[in-house]
Design a protein around this ligand. Structure first.
Ligand code: HEC
Length: 283
């Protein structure tokens, strides 16, 4: 199913189908549990999951690059919403330069944070303003603190998340926009939230995006699906910053080798023409 994003976001039938298929999955799971394996009830998390729809992203086609404006908006969403729980350890401020911001803009953004550095000549650690080489600040000092603040669940680092989940940015978009009321017959455990796209259907992350959650620099209206699209684009970029260059190099190399191929073909035929056209006579 390849639909433009805006059509998908506004289709009520899509939401209805999502809810209906989750219901069906839920029903078959409980039948399994009660009939075939009554003693050791095994429920595999991926039995009860809705696959994300395939979305045609601006960067999906072979020769398309990332939408830089979307990366920039996506960073705003990450910074204002997601960064309170999720780290992005592999992305440094300098990575944003030339992609979504100018050097001066990024320098200013980096200076807003305090980084622990050191030791200095007295052996003490000290705090200094951030600079381009620093990675984006993490919300928690360690995994224990992160779990403690989130009911025992660990918000994963988002640097490589689109590579770490089946469906990549399609999954992310579906997950972020997929929160809805649990259908009849599904008991959502305390501290969890119903989301049919998450394996098992119950996720420890609360719905994070609501219309107007951020105010975009460029004046784009911040609807839930717009923010989900932008932050998914940003995270897809973060996981594969070389994406644009990779496609461009592919184009150059394939183009170059095509020309070379015909050149070599000509040369081969030229060199062989003497042998191919000669006539041998035996007397
Ligand atoms: C209030 C804290 C909080 C905020 C804000 C938050 N998350 Fe999460 N997120 C979590 C927790 C906790 C988990 C782990 C959920 C689990 O394992 O059930 C999680 C899990 C995830 C996952 C992994 C899901 C999977 O398949 O394992 C993704 C992707 C994600 N969050 C993206 C985001 C994005 C993007 C944002 C910003 C729009 C965001 N989160 C905002 C707490 C948060």
């Amino acid at each position: 199913m390849a639909l433009p994003l805006w059509r998908l976001a506004t289709r009520p039938a899509f939401a209805a189908a999502a809810a209906a298929s989750t219901l069906a999955a839920g029903a078959s799971l409980s039948r399994d549990q009660t009939r075939s394996i009554p003693l050791a009830a095994v429920a595999y998390a991926d039995d009860e999951v809705l696959h994300p729809p395939h979305i045609t992203w601006p960067h999906s086609p072979y020769l398309a690059s990332f939408d830089a404006a979307a990366i920039r908006r996506g960073y705003e969403v990450y910074k204002n919403v997601c960064s309170s729980c999720h780290s992005m350890n592999r992305i440094a401020f300098r990575n944003l330069v030339g992609v979504a911001y100018t050097v001066d803009e990024v320098k200013e953004m980096a200076e807003d944070i305090d980084v622990e550095d050191g030791p200095n000549e007295e052996g003490a650690m000290f705090s200094r303003p951030g600079r381009l080489a620093d990675t984006l600040p993490a919300p928690y000092p360690n995994e224990e603190a992160a779990r403690y603040a989130n009911n025992g669940a660990l918000p994963p680092d988002l640097s490589l998340i689109t590579k770490a989940r089946h469906g990549g940015e399609n999954y992310l978009w579906a997950l972020l926009t997929g929160y809805r009321d649990a259908p009849e017959g599904i008991n959502v455990r305390e501290g969890l939230y119903y989301n049919p796209y998450f394996a098992g259907g119950q996720i420890a992350m609360e719905r994070a995006l609501y219309d107007g959650a951020v105010e975009y620099d460029d004046g784009t209206e911040a609807t839930t699906s717009q923010m989900a699209k932008d932050v998914s684009t940003f995270l897809a970029w973060a996981a594969e910053p070389e994406h644009d260059q990779r496609k461009r190099m592919g184009m150059e190399w394939i183009g170059g080798f095509t020309i070379l191929f015909f050149g070599m073909l000509y040369m081969k035929r030229f060199k062989w023409s003497l042998y191919k056209t000669r006539r041998l006579e035996f007397r």
